[in-house]
Design a protein around this ligand. Structure first.
Ligand code: ADP
Ligand code: ZN
Length: 434
């Protein structure tokens, strides 16, 4: 189901008009109410009147995570606190939290973005939406919650953790939609598999909306098979309200971005120039509707590309390719650039392994080392190293040829790698402390 066809299927021309109107208004608000933006625009010699349409966006200054930290907590706020209804902050995976504040309209638009995503699985009245993202300052829990509410669905705010109980409620209440991180969904699937009280055939689960961290096609296959659902990607970030900046349609061929609210650009992170259409680069967003904390040209550090070809689903909203990772998640090991998601991609090609992995990078004798812990599924596992060798070799060869590094692979017992209830931690880089 398309939740808002007037917007999601709008002609490109009308969309540009809408974006232009909204950009002009946003820029004026920023210039008039946020000293930070006034200063930045003055430095560039740009006045709000110079911005006449979305084509002028390249004249505007960028905003970085650094700027958000400097302006912590409310320096970027454009509305008085009396208009603000909620405050969220990022989970701080990369340092001090980033704050976002919301007016009533901001909360409503945020719910609208999430509702458009959840609607692809015909989510609506009678559906029980189990929200297993963490509730609290993190935007995942309440974001998914409000999106489900907008569609008239039942909200089941289980939050993250307490997995045995989660799956018991899932079975007893008949949850039909699951929202959580893909790594937590995988963990829930494992807990179901191991349980003698909860059985897959007794679950009513039909779809899952997974995001907040990068995941791969291999992980999708795993989750769809293990949970008997359709697994959709949902994307967002605190700086743009939270989840629901975009999501996948039923064709699962790229994430549609809600361009009426968030204008996307792809830039070369070194030159800051726009990338050619279809080229990979850093995703940049300008908020077009946010009132409390509008943001101009926010550099997300997420690496992806935009796909403007029409989608089979009928939506005209631009699609974004899977996120390779954040530029700050990229490891440089012996001069080779490695994203953890590349390891997940390779690992999930081998059915003998679980998709769980942990990377430890270190420097020994002036050389980088790359250790990779993986788990064999219980039917293949043996503590005897000679029985593990036949599994290690093909994985090693594939990583060497696809990723370009030589890993030291360690086979662990099934369940040995730490599971996460929120965003998964896949890497420890010990070089940082040396
Ligand atoms: P933090 O910066 O503390 O992790 P956020 O929850 O705001 O806080 O994180 C947003 C980031 O999470 C995005 O910029 C992106 O890197 C990642 N992310 C969110 N959804 C997805 C997704 N579906 N696929 C890949 N990465 C995602
Ligand atoms: Zn589509």
């Amino acid at each position: 189901m398309i939740h808002n066809p007037a917007i999601e299927c709008m002609s490109r021309e009308d969309m540009r008009k809408l974006q232009s109107e909204r950009l002009v208004k946003t820029v004026k608000t920023c210039y008039d109410n946020v000293p930070f933006y006034r200063r930045k625009m003055d430095e560039l010699g740009v006045k709000p009147e110079d911005i006449k349409s979305i084509d002028d966006i390249h004249m505007l200054p960028f905003t970085t995570k650094h700027d958000l930290r400097d302006e912590y907590p409310f320096g970027l706020q454009a509305a008085p606190m009396s208009e603000v209804r909620r405050i969220h902050a990022s989970s701080g995976t990369t340092g001090k939290p980033v704050v976002d504040t919301y007016t009533d309209n901001d909360l409503d638009n945020w719910a609208e973005g999430v509702a458009r995503v959840l609607a692809v699985a015909d989510t609506g009245k009678g559906d029980i939406v189990q929200v297993s993202y963490g509730y609290g300052l993190f935007t995942g829990g309440l974001g998914a919650h409000d999106g489900a509410a907008k569609l008239g669905a039942v909200q089941l705010p289980t939050s993250a953790g307490n997995s045995e109980k989660q799956i018991m409620l899932m079975q007893d209440f008949g949850s039909s939609i699951l929202c959580c991180t893909p790594s937590y969904a995988l963990h829930l699937a494992e807990v179901i598999e191991a349980s003698d009280k909860v059985h897959l055939q007794n679950l009513k689960l039909r779809a899952g909306f997974f995001g907040a961290e990068p995941w791969t096609e291999g992980m999708r296959r795993e989750l769809e098979t293990k949970l008997h659902i359709k697994a959709y990607d949902i994307y967002g970030l605190t700086e743009m309200s939270g989840p629901g900046v975009g999501g996948e349609c039923e064709y699962q061929d790229g994430t549609h971005l809600w361009e009426d609210m968030f204008y996307p650009e792809i830039i070369n992170p070194d030159t800051l120039e726009p990338c050619a259409p279809g080229e990979f680069g850093e995703l940049v967003f300008t908020s077009l509707c946010k009132e409390a904390m509008p943001i101009l040209r926010y550099r997300t550090r997420d690496l992806t590309r935009l796909i403007y070809e029409p989608c089979k689903c009928g939506r005209t909203a631009v699609r974004m390719d899977r996120i390779l990772g954040r530029s700050d998640d990229m490891l440089i090991v012996r001069g080779v650039n490695v994203f953890p998601s590349q390891i997940e991609t390779v690992l999930t090609e081998f059915p003998v392994f679980t998709p769980q992995y942990f990377i430890t990078v270190d420097r020994k004798n002036n050389e980088d080392s790359f250790d990779l812990d993986v788990e064999l599924r219980s039917e293949y596992f043996s503590p005897n190293p000679s029985k593990q060798m036949p599994y290690i070799k093909p994985l090693y060869d594939r990583i060497v040829s696809l990723v370009g590094i030589k890993p030291n692979i360690h086979i662990k017992e099934p369940g040995a790698i730490t599971r996460s209830i929120g965003k998964a931690k896949h890497v420890e880089d010990k070089r940082k402390f040396k």
